[in-house]
Design a protein around this ligand. Structure first.
Ligand SMILES: [Zn+2]
Length: 78
């Protein structure tokens, strides 16, 4: 599996819409490919922020990590 396919399927992976076999293929790719693994971690962080934002209880460090990854500055952090 190449990186483009891996990152595309990551969304389905996170949504739990893949078969066991496909999840395993992606997991194996992530284990071998640090850039994709990093993107996967970011997706998880981002989903946490989105989920928490509904309750307005996003931890500052998590918000900062996502802002950094997006190239933004967490100005409302102080
Ligand atoms: Zn990759």
């Amino acid at each position: 599996m190449d990186c483009e396919r891996a990152s595309h399927r990551m969304y389905y992976y996170l949504d739990g819409e893949l078969t066991v076999w496909r999840r395993w293929v992606i997991t194996r790719h992530l284990n071998r490919c640090p850039p994709c693994a990093q993107g996967y971690d970011f997706e998880i962080d981002l989903r946490q922020v989105i989920a928490m934002r509904c309750r307005d209880t996003v931890p500052p460090d998590l918000k900062r990590r996502v802002a950094d990854a997006l190239g933004l500055s967490a100005t409302d952090d102080a």
